[in-house]
Write a protein that binds this ligand. Sequence first.
Ligand code: HT7
Ligand code: ZN
Length: 844
Amino acid sequence: PKTIYLKDYKPFGYLVDSVDLTFDLSPHATRVTSRIAFRPNPEAEDREFFLHGEKLKLISARIDGNEITPEVTPEGLTAEAPDAPFVWEAVVEIDPAGNTALEGLYMSNGMYCTQCEAEGFRKITYYPDRPDVMSVFTVRINGTLPVLLSNGNPKGKGDGWAEWHDPWPKPAYLFALVAGDLVATSDSFETVSGKEVALNLWVRPGDEHKTAFGMEALKKSMKWDEDTYGREYDLKVFNIVAVDDFNMGAMENKGLNIFNSSCVLASPDTSTDMNFERIEAIIAHEYFHNWTGNRITCRDWFQLCLKEGLTVYRDSQFTSDMRSAPVKRIHDVIDLRARQFPEDNGPLSHPVRPESFQEINNFYTATVYEKGAEVIGMLKRLVGDAAYAEALDLYFARHDGEACTIEDWLKVFEDVTGRDLSQFKRWYAQSGTPRLKVTEDWADGSYTLHFEQTTLPTPGQPEKLPQVLPIAVGLIGPNGDEVLETKVLEMTEAQQSFRFDGLAAKPVPSILRGFSAPVILERETSSAERAFLLAHDTDPFNRWEAGRSLARDSLLKMATEDAAPDADYLDGLVQLLRDDTLDPAYRALMLGLPGQSELAGALAEAGQTPDPDALWQAAERLRAAQAVALGDLMMPLYDSCRIDGAYAPDAEQSGKRALGAALLRLITRQDDGAVAAAQYAAADNMTLQLSALACLLQAGKGHAELAAFYDQWKSDRLVIDKWFMLQISEAAPEQVAATATALTEHPDFNWKNPNRFRALFGALAGHHAGFHAAGGGAYRLLADWLIRLDPVNPQTTARMCSAFQTWKRYDSDRQTLIGAELERIAATPDLSRDTAEMIGRIRG
Ligand code: HT7
Ligand code: ZN
């Protein structure tokens, strides 16, 4: 397979003035007729006329009306083209019903739909399928289905046809078409300048009752982007469509967002609070792409973080504003540590802006998205809120309608602030998570913090240079009063010290407040000092972090030295849970324990081999100790989480339910599931129903409830995904592989549906002790199914391969078992480029 390099970027030899497409829809033989106006690109040296095209049957091709015979390969075609403006016309035939890869034009439950990012448009027609080629599209759809949609504004429609015109130049990856028997929930939004926008959320008949929340989220997003970033919507209509078969969460096609139904459909009886929050965030994310992604797009796919990092950052700001900012920050950091840190510190490590790839679909990663968003947060922290706002205004004004690079992005900040951001740019180029080691000195009223940053070598990057780290610090006096309010220290050297004078007593430092930089903080400190911060830190993130690090250290000692649970941690936890002034959502987070995989990573970091069984036992013991420590507090607190009145998926109610669920897990350890069974029986929403069922299953009970749950929900595919997931995630480690195997034989295991496949195998890989249980049964099961899925859907297969990315952490027996599975996958004939690249990188 060919490797593509950032350094080889060259503009395309032609510009595209307009694209006219006609679709004659037919499940196995859709005809796509294109009429494209090209003209030479004065900025390009090379005039080779190569159009991408894959899996297309070329019927005819013309240049300026003359039939031609281009040279066709599996990747595209080359033709002799004039060095002057000309019109290209082609007719191709494609097979949407046979397209199981879900890229290009495909069918899902009788509905046509498209997915063109990153390189799916080339499966629809011949075209320069690269993001820097932008054009205005007009589309005609001929088909018998009642709803025919494409990008932009409606131009006309009649019996069996519809036309759409998108006035905004766009790259082909933002093209979309949907045709189906759909029903809309409709509303409207008046923009800041008084323009009326028609809003439609299209679903399959029967799903109408799940659209109200998504519509409200859309309107909130539109208003927020006007108020916060000054961004107004720019078409007469905004359509959202829900699709069951979809490789990722959602797609920001211009004026026609397409959503995985799991990321847009919601109702209280079928969706959990977490589902609601995620749906709100994804709707916002896709909507925000209208400016950060669509109006200003990426020059090439190496610049993916330009749109994704910024849009994730914007959606996290939105969620912080809609809900609780500290709770959102803690969730984001938990997620970063769970998904991005292992990537950044393993064989798949790559920079936020990668420099090479074989298959771009493999780079829609936590590094590009979430670390990319962290980089934006740091930039804002360094330049300040006002300069950030000014830089963003300049970005939109300067680059509207362009396909840009990270250099363009950083330049607006340099121009606004006068700062030199060349060192900051290393955040985009260097992979790996920096370790930040901290020591301290105290003498004569002066307190000094010494920092040392190092980043370990990562694939292809043996040497690392120091990065700019914004380190937010506060100091707390011995009586618990803050003696230094949060101050952002700017570290640029490998080693750097910061002194604070005039202090009456040695303070306790609160370092990296708000998780001000995505680093691994290393500081030797006592449990007592952490417990002090747990009680007194005024920064909510670091207060939580103090408890988290106490729990982490306690678990590691319990797993490796058979230590007893840390008493300081348990005392601190009880105090916090008693504090009714604290947000229930925050207290629920305090009760959470670091993930098993995170603990395994911490041991591997420290040069020890993690034992998944010992880590599992340690977590079991610590949870039992939490229950004992909380004792009589648990039931009244659980009762206080009960909500009178109608269900609402808002921050206040969902915080209470989260605390109630965390307590129920502990109560179930002591009452054999009595309270959980009562909660299950009385539940009138999915959050309560599912949390009760999870507790029962974890306690080895709940068989009747599990069967009743299936009966109740068997016709709701999104709920049945939860049913699959839960049985695996709540199984005892030694039962995980067998449970998963049995579920693959269930008639509802429709493995070609990415949601169902992910529900089962995502839960399998996510159950650390179960996935790594002795014997390697889970490894084999996953590998069997990856081999089976690869020819059907390479993108989803390749993404699931990352379950194996941490394999080098474990003992030699496990490494041998996983190594054999990786070899077996690699040796599979005709393995897709997607999976081959992932397995190759993981094997190293
Ligand atoms: N920009 C989109 C990324 C994407 C995608 C979405 C659905 C299916 C396949 C996909 N490939 C890439 C989603 C986003 O970040 O908003
Ligand atoms: Zn995105």
